[in-house]
Design a protein around this ligand. Structure first.
Ligand code: SF4
Length: 487
């Protein structure tokens, strides 16, 4: 059974998380979690490969998407102002939020102004990032997640662990138990059959949709040319959230913008195949401002910065802002497959989380400083990314930033070791002495040619793998003995 990791009521969801190695150690020891993850990621991975393989021009589409996103990011100020102008002229309202607290305060104020004390939500990474549900709860406003997997996470007092499949760490039996425990209207004879579970959730949500006065959404894309917002999804809950309530509030990261309507064509071909392995999404909802008598009468777009302009200013790191949250990189990552999403301490798990979170939040916390190391640098994420984000390059770059941050603030044992190593390697005499000492020391602690345990700080290596014992004789000593006749 996966341990409960839910936030305390009223507390921002991702505050005070442990570093990746600490969190991952617990996750790796959970065999049920590993089975759930391995089954799910292998299934999605294989389906995605099939869906992508159907398109002969996949690489050209990928290059086009990269070029569109890079162009947009280079002219982001222009396109954001154009978006604002077109949303406003279509009857919507645009709000600018510099950080999470400002975004949450804007949303809470709008909900109160609408006279509501609860909202229905379609899955939104941006509001997970700002901790909106917790902020609304502190203000006496209830938020109901309506995406099936998000509902499972919410009812389980849990955290999402995957971008696309937030409850990927739960199996059917666990979901049935959560529904029976937390959903008062769940049928008494509920089984763990997927159809039964979906029907129970549908019945639970339907009344909430019909009575909700305020809907909260994110958006996959925002089109500057027309002021349109786009949400793609599979269940239809998003369609209900953005059409049934009288007030709609969309919280959207500033990087989600596309310059023109035509650009959308490229991304609607790439996103479903990369994420759910579908040729097109079952539901694609697009709206522009408000239309009298059709959908919400009041539309608010909250444009969220929250560290994005800092990432944008970084020539290497800014490529992370191309991400369209397809989750393909998670499903191929050997680290994610074993550690699961909670270990990343952020709403963005997996390889993209390892490069986006340290840029949005900085590398000062233990969690964020550990994330660039949560990778084998195998490159599988780069290969599948539909917008060609060079994640390994960004990881190595961010590791450099972490080292620099530590160097400026703290004494670094790693740096001291490398400094001492430099002194030894520059002197033939010291190197020979060190090799002789290592050979003697190795003989004392090694068993069958392996060293199981080394003292700190070298123990950080042997904590997770054995070290090979140093040879009895170094190459230099062997050469001197056999070729130069020295002992
Ligand atoms: S980094 Fe690329 S593969 Fe990963 S979620 Fe973003 S777009 Fe998808």
């Amino acid at each position: 059974m996966t341990p409960e990791v839910g936030p305390h009521p009223g507390m921002p969801t991702y505050l005070g998380m442990p570093s990746f190695p600490v969190a991952a150690r617990a996750a790796v020891a959970d065999s049920q979690l590993r089975r759930n993850l391995a089954h799910a990621t292998h299934t999605i991975r294989a389906k995605r490969a099939g869906a992508v393989g159907e398109l002969a021009d996949w690489q050209e589409l990928r290059a086009a998407a990269k070029a569109i996103k890079d162009h947009t990011l280079a002219h982001l100020d222009t396109y954001l102002l154009r978006l604002e102008q077109n949303v406003t002229s279509a009857g919507g309202h645009v709000h600018w939020a510099q950080d999470a607290a400002e975004a949450n305060a804007i949303v809470a104020g709008l909900v109160r102004a609408a006279g509501a004390d609860r909202v229905v939500k379609v899955k939104s990474m941006a509001t997970q990032e700002t901790g909106l549900n917790e902020a609304l709860a502190a203000d006496g406003i209830g938020a109901l997640e309506t995406d099936l997997a998000e509902l499972i996470v919410q009812l389980g007092h849990d955290r999402p662990s995957h971008i696309l499949v937030p409850a990927i760490h739960r199996n059917r039996a666990e979901i049935r138990e959560i529904f029976r425990r937390e959903m008062p209207d769940a049928p008494a004879d509920l089984t763990d059959e997927p159809r039964m579970l979906a029907a129970a959730a549908r019945a639970h949500l339907r009344q909430a949709f019909l009575s909700a006065e305020v809907g909260v959404s994110g958006a996959n894309f925002a089109i500057a040319e027309t002021g349109s917002l786009v949400v793609v999804e599979s269940e239809g809950n998003g369609r209900m959230c953005v059409t049934l309530p009288q007030t709609l509030i969309s919280v959207v990261g500033i990087e989600k913008i596309l310059p023109t309507w035509r650009d959308l064509e490229v991304f609607l071909a790439l996103l479903p195949r990369s994420s759910t392995a579908e040729r097109m999404n079952p539901y694609t909802s697009i709206w522009t401002g408000v239309t009298p008598g059709d959908g919400p009468a009041d539309f608010h777009l909250v444009l969220l910065d929250n560290g994005r302009t800092t990432a944008l200013a970084d020539q290497t790191g800014r490529q992370a802002l191309r991400c369209i949250r397809c989750s393909a990189c998670l499903n191929v990552c050997p680290v994610y497959e074993r550690a699961g999403g909670h270990a990343y301490g952020s709403p963005y798990p997996g390889p993209i989380g390892a490069i986006i979170s340290p840029q949005l939040r900085g590398v000062t916390s233990a969690t964020d400083a550990s994330l660039p190391y949560a990778s084998t640098l195998c490159g599988a994420c780069y290969e599948v990314c539909p917008v060609a984000i060079n994640i390994p390059e960004a990881l190595v770059y961010l590791r450099g930033k972490v080292v620099e941050e530590k160097r400026q603030k703290h004494f670094s044992p790693e740096r001291a070791v490398f400094h001492a190593s430099g002194l030894v390697l520059r002197s033939g005499r010291l190197l020979a002495a060190a090799q002789r000492a290592a050979a003697v020391g190795g003989r004392l602690v090694a068993r069958s040619g392996r060293i199981r345990r080394l003292p700190p700080p070298l123990s950080r290596w042997t904590d997770t793998r054995d070290a090979p014992a140093p040879p009895h004789e170094s190459f230099r000593a062997w050469w001197a003995r056999t070729r130069e006749g020295k002992q």
